[in-house]
Design a protein around this ligand. Structure first.
Ligand code: NDP
Length: 384
């Protein structure tokens, strides 16, 4: 029995993880499940999985969770310390909280030397150097759930990255791949979250529409596979059949293919180093018939340039990119700014910031809060 903790159990990745875990009760025991505020769903998940611990991030709602799980014997807790406790309660932690909110619990798991199935890319983007250094010290293992990085992990098949010429991250191009710049500037939240291939949470869906998601993934790949920015390429592949590729020094290219269903990479990580069955739709190559590739358009998707620049600058630039993007996306989703403002707001924050990455997670979180504060100030000017 593998012990699993699911951070962000009520979200899109959490739900796909539960689908697999609940279908194989003989393989997995759920130790802990967490959510931000969705009490009803969290309580239902805790009951179904018979988790030992249910954690709600918002401590003002602990009483509600206690009431919802009264008489079940499931321990309930709330707040940051409890999220960290959940993160170290299992052999394998599925890190599926959205945004930098997931950083402290992921770091708790890293410090404790756990194996982490990482979906929460923002945590790695914000504090990648610290996290990798701490993992080296503690022996923690970071396994990528993000489909592109999971594809690369599978194509590497245990080989060293020094035999790799370059990594190629594929991008669907998102819902605005063929939209004009003028139409993109006016796009609504409903249009931005309507991803053509993947069903995901709202934040990552907007990131896919701006292609900031691919920028964050570039930084994620740099940390996970220890390759410099210039050896990581991005190619638009609208069918989302090839999830990424590795080109080796000898000219061979290996690709991982699968239907656009997160249960494939999550299943790979849940079972790793073995394999497990999933109900994901099988690929029908004859039905697909062709695979297309195109270069991303740097004019309509400035987030890609910003991400490359932050990686070259290093220090706190990736943290700034991520924190200002989270604030801008949230403002866009509540209708306060236009779609076209997102990258401009991020660029403005990057221009203001020139600092090294702080040496501790507490300092990283303090700087993250400071960037959020200045971004919110800037939003007051931009908001319509
Ligand atoms: P969702 O928005 O669907 O779910 C987010 C989860 O995090 C929910 O359980 C939510 O709880 C919880 N959460 C939100 N805010 C906080 C907080 N402040 N403190 C603690 N918990 C919080 O996101 P996704 O599942 O789409 O994405 C999760 C992560 O996985 C992201 O980092 C994303 O980039 C990454 N990812 C997602 C993919 C996808 O297909 N969805 C693909 C690849 C990567 P509640 O429900 O109570 O709000």
């Amino acid at each position: 029995m593998k012990k699993i903790a699911i951070l962000g159990a009520t979200g899109s990745i959490g739900t796909s993880t539960l689908d697999l875990v609940e279908a194989a009760p003989e393989r997995f025991e759920v130790t802990a499940v967490t959510a931000s505020s969705n009490i009803a769903e969290l309580a239902a998940i805790a009951r179904r999985t018979r988790a030992s611990l249910a954690v709600i991030a918002d401590d003002s709602r602990l009483g509600e969770l206690q009431a919802a799980l009264a008489g079940t014997g499931i321990r309930v807790a709330a707040g940051e310390g409890a999220l960290a406790e959940a993160a170290v309660s299992a052999d394998l932690v599925i890190a599926a909280i959205v945004g930098t909110a997931g950083l402290a619990p992921v770091m708790a798991a890293v410090r404790a030397g756990r194996t982490i199935g990482l979906a929460n890319k923002e945590a790695l983007v914000s504090a990648g150097a610290l996290m990798i250094e701490e993992a080296r010290r503690s022996g923690a293992v970071l396994l990528p759930i993000d489909s592109e990085h999971n594809a690369i992990f599978q194509c590497l098949a245990g080989q060293d990255c020094d035999k790799v010429a370059r990594l190629i991250l594929t991008a669907s191009g998102g819902p605005f791949r063929t939209l004009s710049a003028a139409d993109m500037a006016r796009a609504t939240p409903a249009q931005a979250v309507a991803h053509p291939n993947w069903s995901m949470g709202a934040k990552i869906s907007v990131d896919s529409a701006t292609m900031m998601n691919k920028g964050l993934e570039l930084i994620e790949a740099h940390h996970l596979f220890a390759l410099p920015e210039e050896r990581i390429d991005i190619v638009v592949h609208p069918q989302s059949v090839i999830h990424s590729l590795v080109e080796y020094a000898d000219g061979s290219m290996l690709a991982q293919l699968g239907s656009p269903d997160m249960r494939v990479p999550i299943g790979h990580i849940l079972a790793w180093p073995e394999r497990m069955a999933t109900k994901a739709r099988r690929l029908d190559l004859l039905e697909i018939a062709r695979l297309d590739f195109e270069a991303p358009d740097p004019g309509r998707f400035p987030a890609l340039r910003l991400a490359r620049e932050t990686l070259r600058r290093g220090g706190a630039a990736p943290l700034t990119l991520n924190a200002s993007n989270e604030v801008a996306v949230e403002a866009f989703l509540r209708g306060a700014i236009h779609f076209g403002d997102i990258a401009a707001i991020v660029e403005e924050q990057l221009d203001r910031m020139d600092q090294p990455l702080p040496p501790s997670i507490d300092d990283v979180l303090a700087l993250d809060s400071e960037v959020r504060r200045t971004t919110r100030e800037a939003l007051k000017v931009t908001a319509h």
